[in-house]
Design a protein around this ligand. Sequence first.
Ligand code: SAM
Length: 305
Amino acid sequence: MFSYRHAYHAGNHADVLKHLTQVALLHYLAQKDTGLMVVDTHAGAGVYRLDQELARTSAESDAGIARLVAAEQAAIGQGQPVPPAVAAYLDAVRAFNPDGRWRTYPGSPWISQSLLRPQDKLKLFEVHPTDTKVLEKQVTELGKGKQIEVLRRNGFEGLKALLPPPTRRGLVLIDPSYELKTDYAAVIDCLEDALRRFPTGTYAIWYPVIARPEAHALPRKLKAVSERAGRGWAQAELNVGFTPTEGTSAQIAQGRAHTAMRASGIHVINPPYTLAGLWREALPFLTQALREPQGAGWTVEAGTA
Ligand code: SAM
């Protein structure tokens, strides 16, 4: 049923924005001792090899994490500052690449598990038959026992039973592939329900910025759902600009050619008060590092409760 495999996209510009935000949220939430429940409703396979077949097919990380690493090195070489959220994200990925060869890319479950404290729990939903097996195998090999649980079921539905977390502290990552058109409405329904059960949780929802009516409406609907629940929110978008278009010149002229996704966004409900500021420092650096020749840009918006 599902053809999406995150391994083809690991470490691309959308992962950079999403995982930079995830690291910032986890660092902030770890400042309080009380245990945290992290839920990943759409986990993927866990951790990816950037030098193996699936990732090399599209080589999206070359224009993502690889460019960011180069920009960090250039900044350091020139004595320029690296924004704190960029440095923290790259440090989290670097921890999986101690040889400095950047062959391993941690997906969201692996970023979470690397930042968990003993009192925290991680719940991972995944439905793809192959990726579920890979994820379960990798989680077992970590040897963290009951701290990390893989749930082979629909994350939109399964989230209900986990909320509110026993400690009333939680981070929920919602990162569908939007392969199904119904995912757009499912995100909103899932959030409305989750905010009723656990209004004070932190929720991070990734979305693609693509030419599709449901995608176009989603950022606005995410703000509306946050405001209806009386919660503060923050939203960031990163557009890396024009990317190579595959197709004949006639297809390109007719708008029928395949164009890689060039922009994405992330919406956070109940964000740390520091998040918008961290993004405003980080996004110009990301834009500069990842941009194609034309059309790149970024936005950060926030709304109070
Ligand atoms: N969050 C991952 C990361 O950042 O590393 C990437 C996730 S990928 C964009 C989306 C994943 O959701 C795919 O692996 C897909 O198989 C899975 N998926 C699709 N529909 C799902 C559902 N209803 N519940 C749980 N997982 C689902």
